[in-house]
Ligand binder design. Structure first.
Ligand SMILES: Nc1nc2c([nH]c(=O)n2[C@@H]2O[C@H](COP(=O)(O)OP(=O)(O)OP(=O)(O)O)[C@@H](O)[C@H]2O)c(=O)[nH]1
Length: 157
């Protein structure tokens, strides 16, 4: 420990606290030709269980974004062969983790969407009528609203 560290903390007074690690997450915005998009509820046992989000999950070491997205959507929804393009990213700082959400628009896939992890799923239009919505999902609803010139609330609270 540094000589001037605060007792018992290992922290140096006045020093900038070390940034928490940034966990990369691959997220799919599945879009149907009518503009509807898929939300899924977070399964029991995970932080924010029951909150609605876009399907996806952490990028594992050695994976790139598209590999992680293929794996996550196969595991969660039993779909594969995605036509996916990176859209936008944002950072969310939760008590349980600091994550970088990398959102991809997914416009084609093979297989029928089927929830494989006990999660509920819902095809949605704006305003979203499922609740509660995960904080990290809200920016995406804003981006969609801007793209679609949607006015008014993006979701029901
Ligand atoms: N999948 C997904 N995760 C999101 C969204 N928005 C958002 O903040 N997150 C956050 O991103 C992280 C994704 O982690 P996860 O727990 O779903 O990942 P995972 O499927 O790999 O889970 P595991 O670690 O239990 O295997 C969580 O901290 C979650 O709160 C979203 O729209 N979709």
């Amino acid at each position: 420990m540094a000589a001037n560290a605060a007792p018992g903390t290992g922290a140096v007074p006045g020093a900038t606290p070390a940034a928490r690690p940034l966990v990369p997450v691959a997220v799919g915005v599945l879009l149907r030709p009518d503009g509807s998009f898929l939300l899924a509820s977070r399964p029991a046992g995970k932080p924010y269980a029951g909150y609605w989000e876009f399907p996806g999950g952490k990028i594992e070491p050695g994976e790139n974004l598209s590999q992680a997205l293929e794996r996550e959507l196969r595991e969660e929804l039993d779909i594969r062969d995605l036509r996916a393009t990176f859209w936008r990213s944002c950072v969310m700082d939760y008590p349980h983790a600091r994550v970088e959400l990398q959102f991809c628009k997914v416009t084609q896939w093979s297989g029928e969407v089927r929830p494989c992890e006990g999660q509920a799923i819902a095809w949605q239009q704006l305003p979203v009528d499922v609740a509660p919505v995960l904080p990290g999902t809200l920016p995406v609803l804003q981006w969609l609203a801007r793209e679609r010139a949607h006015e008014g609330p993006t979701h029901i609270t």
